[in-house]
Every structure is written in C-alpha cells, then in structure tokens.
Write a protein that binds this ligand. Structure first.
Ligand code: NAP
Length: 260
C-alpha cells in the first residue's frame, strides 16, 4: 500500500484533514493539493501548491499519483467549480488515468434552483463521463454545517428554523468511510449519511441546551425562500437506508462544548 500515492484536493479543509489522516493510517502516501502551503500540516503528508480552477500546478501535483480524491469545492461560484473539476479530470486522464473519487451531496439532485448543488450534480456527471475508474460518495450535511446554520439563525431573539429534518454526519465518519473505499479501489456511487434522522427544531433545542442558553425555537412551516431550506422542510436531504456514521449530533455538541 505504501507505494500508492493519493492526491487529495481540499485536504486542508474540514473533511480533507481527517481524510488525509485516515488515508495515511490506511498505509497510503498522501499529497495534499492546496493554493497556499498551510501553517498547520498533517504530519506524514506532502503538499503541492496548485489551483484546480485556474489550472496552475495541476500537472505537477498529479505526477506519480495512483488515486485522486477531489474534496475541494468553491461554493462561491458553481460554474468555476465545475470548470475546475473538468480541469482536474483532463489532467488526470493525461497523467496515467488514476482512480478518481469525488465527494458530492445527498439529495443535491432533488434541489432545484440552487447553483452550488446543481454544480455538484454536474461534477458527478463529468466524473461519470470521464472514462476514469471512479467512486462518487454523496454525504449528508456535515454536523458543523448544521452548527453554522444555527449560529447564523441565533442572531435573532428566537431561533427560526425550517420545520424539517436533517441526517447530519461527522466529517471524521465520512473521512473514514471514504478512505476505506478509496484504498480498496472501489468504484460506483454511494450515499453516506449521519446516524440519525432528526427534526431540525429538536436539533436546535439541543444546540441551545449545549450552550447553556435559554431561547425559543420557532419551527417555520411556510415554504422558505431558499431552495436548500425548502428541501429540508420536504425531507429531501436525508437517506435513511444509506450506510451511516456513528457520531451523533449530541456527540458532536458535547465534544464542541468540551473544547469551549
Ligand atoms: N458542508 C457540508 O455539509 C457538505 C455535505 C456533503 C458534502 N460536502 C462536500 O464535501 C466536500 C468537502 O467540504 P468541506 O466543507 O470540507 O470543504 P470546502 O469548504 O467545501 O472546501 C475547502 C477546501 O477547498 C480547497 N479549495 C477551494 N478552492 C480551491 C482552488 N481554487 N484550488 C485548490 N483548492 C481549493 C481549499 O484549499 P486551500 O484553501 O488550502 O487552497 C479547502 O481545503 C465538498 O466537496 C462539499 O461539497 C459538504
């Protein structure tokens, strides 16, 4: 396994860091693609400066790799992100046709009118059409994403949340699952979800309690303007039958509270 070199785009991000660690633990060599060498590096990994959207440094970053895990995502501009995925696939095809794994989002296909999710669906299509041996892992929303939404909502006196459901998952669980399948050279498309389908108002109450904060949660039933919030109300972002992680929302909240 130590002869396998895997390139991880987004290896400096919330999912990428634990993924790099899991791949190293699995015995692979890992090269992280980043726009700028980070101060905090994962011990044992090598780093390559490149930009998957501008295309700079890609050919060098792909030299000698037997696998690519494309975790990076430019949320600010879906068209640029899709072009970046295409750049990476083209360079990979010219660089010995490595196994290519792509991280997407459960339910993205069911959300209409949100460019970022449409971009993930387009990214999946490009990977499928690439001719490269590939794996697509669609994850549900990360616990820290739900945490971020609730932090934003908590700026108002009441916590206004969609009256819907989420099945959020820990990045460490996604990283372990993805690393295991990448190291086994698996192909195909799979969904990977959090351990529990929870009502968002209940998640919000637990979130307030974990902060020792009083406050009222107001579940919103009227269709909300944002397509992703409406998808949560419809239950379109969960996949109860999918393989699941083990770290619950309560685990995530207590670990976060312990860190302070
Ligand atoms: N957030 C969720 O709830 C959720 C749920 C399911 C799936 N996903 C998917 O999971 C993946 C990982 O998400 P994440 O939240 O960990 O990361 P992210 O915030 O989506 O992406 C951040 C990473 O992208 C890299 N990046 C951005 N633009 C780049 C560019 N032009 N060239 C090279 N690298 C670039 C950054 O690297 P540098 O800054 O070091 O250059 C950083 O490591 C994404 O594909 C996302 O769509 C997310």
């Amino acid at each position: 396994m130590a002869d396998r070199l895997i390139l991880v785009t987004g290896g400096t991000g919330p999912l990428g860091r634990p993924l790099v660690r899991s791949l190293l633990e699995g015995g692979a060599r890992v090269r992280v693609l980043t726009r700028q060498l980070p101060g905090r590096r994962v011990e044992g990994a090598e780093y390559a400066v490149a930009n998957y959207i501008a295309g700079s440094g890609l050919a060098r970053a792909l030299v000698g790799v037997s696998g690519v895990v494309h975790v990076a995502h430019d949320l600010s501009d879906p068209l640029r992100d899709v072009q970046g995925t295409l750049n990476l696939l083209e360079v990979a095809r010219a660089a010995g046709r490595p196994h290519f794994a792509y991280v997407s989002i459960v339910g993205a296909r069911r959300v209409r009118g949100f460019g970022s999710y449409a971009g993930k669906v387009r990214g999946e299509e490009l990977v499928e059409a690439s001719g490269l041996p590939h794996l697509i892992l669609r994850a549900t929303q990360f616990h820290h994403f739900a945490d971020g939404l609730l932090t934003q909502a908590s700026r108002l006196p009441r916590l206004l949340v969609p009256d819907g459901v989420l099945q959020s998952v820990a990045v460490e669980d996604v990283a372990r699952e993805l690393a295991r399948r990448v190291l086994a050279g698996e192909r195909g498309t799979l969904d990977f979800a959090g351990p529990e389908v929870l009502r968002i108002p209940d998640m919000a109450r637990a979130w307030l309690a974990a902060r020792g904060r009083a406050g009222r949660v107001l579940p919103l039933r009227l269709p909300l303007p944002h397509p992703v919030l409406r998808a949560m109300q419809r239950g379109d972002l969960v996949e109860p039958e999918a393989p699941r992680g083990t770290v619950t929302w309560a685990d995530f909240l207590s670990k976060k509270a312990a860190r302070g």
